[in-house]
Write a protein that binds this ligand. Structure first.
Ligand code: GLN
Length: 198
């Protein structure tokens, strides 16, 4: 059985558990680095990226998370999770996990648009995904082989680089599970590849 973890330090954890379960997979709230060994893929939820980073360091998650990604295990970063994945953050010298080749801008939709919903076309996933943005970042630039999956208002809000997926919005806050389903398929595929190579 495919098991998908949700990093359980801070943010929209329960909502992701609900959407993983709605996609027919087992969800685990990951609160200790050892639990990463039990999961086939991991969601980094939305919340607040600097707080989450502080907790990642405090609970010794930094290296294990980087290794998880470098080992080819799928990771889906939503909102603050996208910021954690990025190789570059505008206006900051240091990024966080730096696993995904892209530059992100934080809180980039401006104060007047702290939180809003908008339909976004996600390539190969959904033509009209109702995306919930909350103090959302956007992707300023994709690099290397990171692919743009969705654009809103001229700004990149969804991208994928192989086994890494990122959205500036919160796909877990609606009953539309197509993006989480897309991630589940990435995890199944990575699992299938692993089994095939044994
Ligand atoms: N603006 C937040 C940050 O920088 C992200 C917001 C969110 O995850 N909804 O971490």
């Amino acid at each position: 059985m495919t098991t998908i973890g949700v990093l359980g330090l801070q943010g929209a954890i329960r909502e992701h558990v609900r959407s993983i379960e709605a996609c027919g997979k087992e969800a685990v709230v990951v609160k200790k680095p050892e639990q990463l060994e039990e999961v086939d893929g991991l969601i980094l939820p939305g919340g607040e990226s600097t707080t989450m980073r502080r907790l990642i360091d405090r609970y010794n998650f930094f290296e294990p998370l980087q290794q998880f990604g470098k080992a080819g295990k799928p990771i889906f970063g939503t909102c603050a999770g996208l910021i954690l994945l990025a190789s570059d953050i505008e206006g900051q010298n240091d990024a966080h996990l730096g696993l995904m080749d892209m530059t992100v801008a934080r809180n980039a939709f401006g104060r007047q648009k702290e939180s809003f919903e908008a339909p976004v076309e996600i390539n190969g996933v959904a033509e009209d995904f109702e995306a919930v943005f909350i103090r959302a970042p956007y992707i300023q630039e994709v690099k290397a082989d990171t692919e743009v999956l969705g654009v809103y208002d001229g700004k990149i809000v969804a991208a994928q680089q192989g086994h890494l997926l990122a959205t500036a919005f919160h796909p877990e806050l609606t009953d539309d599970h197509r993006l989480v389903q897309h991630f589940v398929e990435m995890v199944d595929q990575a699992n299938g590849n692993k089994l095939a190579s044994v």
